[in-house]
Design a protein around this ligand. Structure first.
Ligand code: MLT
Ligand code: MN
Ligand code: ZN
Length: 309
């Protein structure tokens, strides 16, 4: 399995267009040791070169342009072509699915999501109609909780990849708060592996709290991408940004005695933080918090990171 990180930042990206926090101002001015990052998305392929995205970030056009394996194939007889076989969604937050609307040029697309995520994207959403203009434009595959789903090629043949879907603590997207009843399919983590066996990729970019499910995912992943949104619970309020704590946003912070880093430190598999908010001090290569992460044996994802599993 090949994994390519197309984006590693949380909603807003890094720097964020309207943010003058020390990280955003510093990376804009080039005065801190930190790389800019696009919003989180990874590309995964099986050993036969079938590519899938986990999430469709708002910057998807630039992310696809920057990654030649996802360009139209020169050997294709069709003028319109994409090696992209499908897109998997782990929640319906806009930073994770707004890019779908940039893929409306009638390329058949297979989308994999739980029923509640599918409904969030399709119901009462006139923009979605741009993706549903011609028969066969979008094919949805339901990811059932605790179920295992084969990923398909655009012409419905099985690829080598299979995905197990596990609910984790989360919340409905901001635009649906107060509009729908929360349910367990709103936010999930994934385990991806080749059907022939071999190593498992874990993908859990939004984890609201520690629970036995998340511990199981950490245990079962040979390589795990994990929620790196916030270092501390009061990260935003301490900077004078809004009133929300990390926990109000269903992101378990990394730092402190009860932080997620203490759990991740106990695992010996490869662990990589992703969906990193622009306020997070781990974005600075030379911060004390980055040192804590590295001492725990945990990595910080960056755009363009490549992994062969
Ligand atoms: C989150 O990760 O908490 C959401 O992306 C927030 C948002 O939708 O802006
Ligand atoms: Mn997000
Ligand atoms: Zn910022």
């Amino acid at each position: 399995m090949q994994i390519h990180v197309l984006g590693s930042a949380a909603g807003g990206g890094f720097p964020q267009w309207n943010c003058g926090c020390p990280n955003c101002a510093g990376v804009r001015a080039g005065t801190i040791a930190a790389l800019p990052r696009k919003q989180a998305s990874v590309a995964v392929s099986d050993s036969e070169g079938h590519w899938f995205l986990i999430h469709a970030a708002p910057e998807i056009s630039a992310q696809l342009a920057a990654f030649p394996p996802l360009h139209p194939r020169v050997q294709s007889r069709a003028v319109r072509d994409s090696p992209l076989a499908g897109i998997i969604l782990t929640n319906a937050d806009l930073d994770q699915c707004l890019g779908l609307l940039s893929l409306r040029e009638s390329q058949p697309l297979h989308l994999y999501a739980t029923e509640s995520i599918r409904q969030a994207v399709t119901q009462e959403n006139r923009f979605y109609r741009a993706l549903d203009r011609v028969p066969g434009q979008i094919t949805w595959h339901e990811l059932k909780l605790y179920g295992t789903q084969t990923l398909f090629t655009p012409d419905q043949r099985s690829t080598q990849l299979i995905v197990t879907t596990i609910p984790v603590a989360g919340k409905v997207p901001l635009y649906l708060e107060g509009q729908v009843e929360p349910e367990s399919g709103d936010n999930v983590a994934l385990l991806v592996r080749e059907s022939s066996g071999g190593p498992s990729l874990g993908y859990a970019p939004s984890v609201g709290a520690r629970d036995p499910e998340i511990e199981r995912i950490v245990e079962r992943s040979d390589c795990l991408f994990f929620d790196g949104t916030f270092w501390s619970d009061d990260e935003l309020t301490a900077l004078g940004i809004g009133t929300k704590m990390a926990s109000d946003m269903a992101h378990w912070p990394l730092g402190g005695a009860n932080g997620s880093l203490s759990m991740l430190a106990q695992s010996s598999s490869r662990r990589i933080l992703i969906h990193i908010n622009n306020t997070n001090p781990i974005l600075r290569d030379d911060s004390a918090e980055r040192r804590h992460v590295e001492q725990a044996g945990v990595e910080v994802a960056y755009d363009g990171m490549e992994i062969a599993l």
